[in-house]
Design a protein around this ligand. Sequence first.
Ligand code: GLC
Ligand code: CA
Length: 562
Amino acid sequence: MDRIYPTRQWYKELVVYQIWPRSFCDGNADGIGDIKGVISKIDYIKQLGANAIWFSPLYKSPQKDYGYDISDYRDIAPEYGTLEEFKQLLALAHEKGLKIIMDLVVNHTSDQHQWFLESRKSKDNPYHDYYFWRAGKKGGKKPPNNWLSTFPGPAWQYDEHLNEYYLHLFAVEQPDLNMDNPRVREEVKNIMRFWLDMGVDGFREDVITFISKKEGLPNGFPLPAARGIEQYVNGPHIHEYLGEFRKEVLDRYTCMTVGEAPMMTPKVALRYIEEGENQQLNMMFHFQHMEADCLFISWIRRPFNLRKLKKVYDNWQTKLYGKAWNALYLENHDQPRIISRYGDECYRAESGKLLATMYLCQSGTPFIYQGQEIGMTNIRLPELDMYVDISTINTYKLFRKLHFKHETIMKIAKEASRDNARTPMQWSAGKNAGFTQADKAWFHINPNYTEVNVEAQLEDPDSLLNYYRKLLALRKENPVFVYGDFKMHYRRSKKLFVYERNFEGEKLLVICVFSDEPVRFRTTGGLKLAGAELLLSNYTVDNPGEDDFLTKPYETRVYLFR
Ligand code: GLC
Ligand code: CA
């Protein structure tokens, strides 16, 4: 029987560059990244080989969670620019062949959103039922249930005026929307239409699997944080609501969606993304491959385990193949820098190239987070008051409550905090890393910018940046990178991650060595490297046809068999 290959789709051929606007590029010298700055870097993104940009929220927001607390879904935050400027950016991006993907954050709003301000005025206000307002228990003294926020702390906030509590699965300033209210779903659809009509090409949907809460909001298992999570992850009406968004809105446009989904497995993901009548989203951001050095969250640290990582990839690559589509990422604004986690800062460029190869040669749509392409690393801020991320501060408080020592928590924060990914982009070795002309950037700049920056890497043909460019160009030229299947070699190795991809008679062999010590590599399954073309490597290879060799630190090679 013929192999069933994936269907060809435009969104499968995207390479998405993620911008976290506050730290990307400051265009008006106030120390904060903005749209003007992005416009000045469009050509940079284009030359990297990306053909789409995903913007973390640009909307009006009190910035308690840096944009993920939205107070106006139809306007741009003044510190980032204006709606007019956004439209200019959109037109320019389209002219250059770049798609624009917006962040859709509808699990919650800001507590400064007009709907919420109305909702807390009175119990019979028409917006009251836009949120989860509930009476307390025990005569109102205790919250309605035992849930805790995912940004550690209580999930309910008492409001004296109404004598009721409201639900917030994230920060106090991020009240959850009641998606069971059909009027709220209408609002969401109208927000989508607003941006799609303007011309944007899709959405990254923030914690979208949380939007349907179990009826009656029952108590959750006694976890120290995110208690109650099993009562709202993949909740009872989730497929119905997402199906409604698809049929009534998304189907009427040429657009793509990628949903963010904590605790997702391939089996459950297929219920959302399997291609066909019931598909609700095009892709899913799961988290399983981000747990190879931790337990669930980056704050519960464990040594990096390559076998765990390989198992996750094998699972997602093979279970989705021909049925649904993977989203590939190693970094984003919520994850510490990948070289600092799965790579080796002593071999920054080598291990950065290895990691790039490892994930960009898999099947799926790749996402690259700003700075990843030049190998930015964790900043490791030493003092608590240097951190600005609300989840870092709340997690600190939780760990203190659990009797961890201050020093211990700070040691963890240096590796685990989201702030590691949010330092300003390092454009040059000049003042403020070329990020801003202001005296000071809004946030700490990693002191390694004198060495690690775009300007230096553009000039150096062997830089990580140029390696990304080569890899993305190869991906574009050879459909086997995008559409090939996935077969793992060396399944049990703790140091080698080796896989092949096959598509219409072409084969890729991808060799990744997760070790700074020499490992013996031999081809398996009768493969002869002499018959293959070495497409890419991170060292000069004297004898690429040799089937048996000792590897160099973090060596990677990609071979093509025709
Ligand atoms: C998502 C975002 C994260 C945000 C959270 C709440 O996980 O990626 O940055 O804090 O949702 O909106
Ligand atoms: Ca600015």
